[in-house]
Design a protein around this ligand. Structure first.
Ligand code: AMP
Length: 188
């Protein structure tokens, strides 16, 4: 069973590539960002607590996302594509424990490599149509700062374990998918 992390900065194209991979490999798409946005849209107690944090572009607390991921793994029968998780080293460590607890192994962690200027360009472009309250210039800056400070060390974490695969995420969307698929095929 495949268990893949799709990793990258905000604007790296994780959403687009996730859609493709999920269809190709029949995976369960677990996006913590989508799950959190749904809590806000449904105006749940949790949603009310996290709205201002997400609007600022900062990360929500680990406990919240870890519980979501634990449930998602427990309920999954077809393999998972993790999108937007793990977002810091503590989450990566917990994911190792959760996968072990559920008798699973990580296939690999694919990181989409995109130059910073291109990330900002894409995010500003998306902001015009996304309707997301965290897609504005000030929040985008904070999201990139959170990424650089907290999330980037996750790549080194998987690098040490020999599970980190860097794929160029700049250019033709189909060519990027092809490169990702070639890497997955080597490891599945
Ligand atoms: P995303 O859709 O992945 O860009 O996530 C949007 C926002 O959701 C982030 O800016 C965070 O506030 C929150 N978020 C998503 N995933 C996580 C996570 N794994 N840990 C903490 N916060 C998260």
């Amino acid at each position: 069973m495949l268990n893949i992390i799709l990793f990258g900065a905000p604007g790296a194209g994780k959403g687009t590539q996730s859609d493709y991979l999920v269809e190709r490999y029949h995976l369960n798409h677990i996006s913590t960002g989508d799950l959190l946005r749904k809590e806000i849209a449904d105006q749940t107690e949790l949603g009310k607590r996290i709205k201002s944090i997400m609007d600022s572009g900062s990360l929500v607390s680990d406990d919240i996302v870890v519980e979501m991921i634990d449930k998602a793994i427990a309920n999954d029968t077809q393999g998972i594509l993790f999108d937007g998780f793990p977002r810091n080293v503590a989450q990566a460590e917990v994911l190792d424990q959760l996968l072990e607890k559920h008798g699973r192994k990580l296939t690999c962690m694919i990181s989409l490599d995109v130059p910073r200027e291109e990330l900002i360009r894409r995010m500003l472009e998306r902001a015009k149509i996304s309707g997301r309250s965290d897609d504005n210039e000030e929040t985008i800056k904070n999201r990139l700062k959170e990424y650089e400070n907290k999330t980037l060390p996750v790549a080194a974490y998987y690098e040490k374990k020999g599970q980190h695969i860097k794929v160029n995420g700049f250019g033709d969307i189909k060519a990027i998918s092809d490169n990702i698929v070639a890497e997955i095929e080597k490891r599945k």
